[in-house]
Design a protein around this ligand. Structure first.
Ligand SMILES: C[S@@+](CC[C@H](N)C(=O)[O-])C[C@H]1O[C@@H](n2cnc3c(N)ncnc32)[C@H](O)[C@@H]1O
Length: 628
């Protein structure tokens, strides 16, 4: 359970248009007579304890926080940390699952040979599969409720002179605009930026419609004093060009003007150019650009986009936050431009990618975990998929059991048992409280279209277990038995470590660790599924595919090895680390090299513990003290 709930503040701006069909942070508890409201529950932001898990350097201002936006805001508010600029690019309710490409690395045993042949590696030639990052499938009302909470939480930690940019698209953008007006005030709305980013070629161009080619970014300022550094392009109107009517020997345009009686020259390329308008056509999307900054995230935004926003709406030394940080673009650009940063995300891949990206950029920061009681498997979307397999006998999409239910178990004695599992993507659902149990017993049990004797309700936290049981006893209008089960018991089994075999040798006061074998059942399973899918596709449609094969040693499944030579336990300090990039090249302590990995790590200091990350982001710690 959260340690406490922290009120959202300041309250909603009065007098704005509201979307009346959403319940917002106040949840209605209605039971027995459906039109009679017995109680109302108003919650704040759930505040959980946080644990510092890793430090890089000694800058306490720069934070990477793993957890949900609302809980991160609760923490910041408790700490009285105020941010000066917020950029968010939250899920768009796009109806799609988002994925990240996972690349199988080169087998170190072959690396030397490849190097000798000076073979240029082509990205397309790399073997890769996809990893689900998050499911962006929401009912509109649920999405807007969730968004409303997030916006109010974010507002609670914005300084009085802060700005916010909310990046969305036509799917849900205009509904959220109304929420934004309500939360931040219509008068503070300063513009809608149209980021024209998509090329009109490719599969999107097939639509029998105007081809979708832009995102919408809503921009709000909290006060007249809020920073805005006007930016200009090196572009000039025809009239201006005409006025610079002379050309010097180097081809530079200039004009003559007089300062008193003195004749002066002014060059066109030294003047400011046109101020940037709110339609941005000069920044390519990552998918179009696919440049060196592309990290495989399907929703990754280009650094140039964030550069423009951060430069305009903050000054050096200010604190820039992104509560849906993804690949860490905001934090990276904020660091490059001399700002402080906070990166928040629920997914482990986001935290790792951002960490690695910031180390390469030379940033100092600490990483904190929000201890909300759930050991996620990589991210909420993958955990939900995993859960479906962990509940014994669970089947999905059973006739007569509606969408509210996660699935159902077929029991020979009892018959069909519908199972409810909270959606881990939506923080509201994690706590089993009276409004939720009331909805289940007074609505969802009646909605079942088949005969049912029992249902199972999984929960992460319960408001008050005894109270909830009593509530069910007193109010259940059906004869259906309601069994409550703790989801955390299932989640404990979700993470199984990989197996690492290694040798350690001390040579000339240096320590050499050689990884001899790496076995990952999780990845083996994933690759097996990928190969099976490819094989079936080939059978069905004749489509070519090359199966992924992994060597006996399995070293091509390793992404990063980190050695902690400072702490035996507690906060991780990476004193030496090697990362193997998707082309097989080594990045040593954040510095890119053109070397292939040879299966070894060298350290100047005695390593006290080691951590190995596989290509999907699962980390296996080597128990403390093993190097003593
Ligand atoms: C569209 S992506 C952001 C992409 C990012 N702008 C970039 O350039 O890489 C949205 C991110 O929000 C994260 N996310 C989803 N729900 C969240 C929540 N409640 N709190 C924090 N992060 C969340 C997802 O894990 C995902 O990484």
């Amino acid at each position: 359970m959260p340690v406490k709930y922290i009120p959202y503040e300041p309250i909603t701006v009065e007098g704005q248009a509201v979307l009346n069909n959403i319940t917002r942070t106040r949840r209605l508890l209605q039971y027995r007579e459906n039109d009679k409201v017995f109680n109302k529950i108003q919650r704040g932001m759930p505040y959980y304890e946080l644990e510092t898990v890793e430090t890089h350097g000694d800058n306490p201002d720069n934070l990477i926080i793993r957890g949900e936006c609302v809980s991160a805001c609760a923490y910041l508010k408790e700490q009285n940390i105020k941010v000066d600029l917020v950029y968010i690019d939250p899920p768009f309710a796009s109806g799609a699952d988002y994925a990240r490409k996972v690349y199988i690395r080169r087998n170190p045993k072959l690396a030397e040979k490849i190097k000798e042949a000076e073979q240029e590696l082509e990205i397309d030639g790399l073997k890769a599969f996809e990893e689900k990052m998050y499911g962006d499938i929401w009912k509109k009302e649920d999405y807007l409720n969730w968004m409303y909470e997030n916006l109010r939480a974010i507002k609670s930690v914005m300084s009085d002179n802060a700005s916010i940019y909310v990046h969305l698209d036509r799917t849900i953008g205009h509904y959220v605009k109304i929420l934004l007006d309500e939360v931040f005030g219509e008068d503070n709305f300063r513009g809608e930026i149209i980021w024209a980013n998509l090329s009109v070629s490719g599969y999107k161009s097939q639509a029998n419609n105007w081809i979708r080619g832009h995102d919408n970014i809503f921009y709000y300022k909290r006060s007249e004093e809020t920073v805005f550094n006007k930016e200009h392009l090196k572009e000039f109107s025809e009239g201006t060009i005409r006025r610079y009517d002379k050309i010097d020997n180097n081809g530079r345009r200039f004009k003559i003007y007089y300062e008193g009686t003195k004749k002066r020259k002014r060059y066109l390329d030294e003047s400011e150019g046109l101020p940037i308008a709110d339609t941005w056509t000069d920044i390519n999307s990552m998918q179009t650009a696919m440049g060196s900054e592309y990290l495989g995230y399907s929703t990754q935004k280009p650094e140039a986009l964030l550069e423009r926003i951060i430069q305009a709406s903050s000054d050096e030394g200010m604190l820039v936050a992104d509560f849906f940080g993804g690949s860490g673009v905001t934090a990276k650009v904020a660091h490059d431009l001399g700002r402080k940063f906070i990166h928040v995300d629920v997914g482990i891949n986001s935290i790792q990618t951002t960490r690695d990206r910031l180390i390469e950029a030379g940033a100092k920061f600490k990483i904190m975990d929000i201890k909300d009681g759930i050991s996620l498997f990589r991210n909420p979307a993958q955990t939900m998929d995993k859960l479906a397999k962990l509940i014994p006998g669970l089947q999905k999409n059973i006739e007569g059991v509606g969408k509210f239910w996660f699935g159902a178990i077929q029991d020979t004695k009892i018959g069909t048992i519908p199972v409810y599992v909270p959606n881990l993507i939506d923080s509201k659902e994690k706590v089993l409280d009276k409004p939720l149990i009331n909805k289940i017993i007074n609505q969802e049990l009646q909605n079942l279209e088949i005969d049912v004797k029992k249902v199972i309700i999984y929960y992460v936290d319960v408001d008050d277990y005894k109270e909830i049981e009593k509530f069910i006893r007193d109010n259940n209008p059906t004869a259906i038995e309601v069994e409550l089960k703790d989801l955390k018991n299932l989640l404990h089994d979700i993470v199984v470590d990989d197996i690492v075999e290694y040798k350690i040798e001390e040579k000339d006061a240096k320590y050499e660790i050689e990884i001899t074998r790496f076995i990952s059942d999780r990845l083996k399973q994933k690759i097996h599924e990928f190969n099976e899918k490819g094989r079936l596709q080939r059978l069905e449609s004749g489509k070519k595919y090359t199966p992924i094969e992994i060597s006996e040693e399995g070293l091509e499944l390793i992404e990063l090895i980190s050695l902690d030579c400072t702490n035996k336990e507690g906060i991780w300090k990476s004193d030496t680390e090697v990362k193997i990039d998707k082309n097989g090249y080594l990045i040593v302590d954040g510095n890119k090299t053109k070397e292939f990995w040879g299966g070894k790590v060298l350290s100047n200091k005695n390593p006290l513990r080691m951590k190995i990350r596989n290509i999907s982001g699962d980390e296996t710690p080597i128990p403390k003290g093993i190097f003593d």
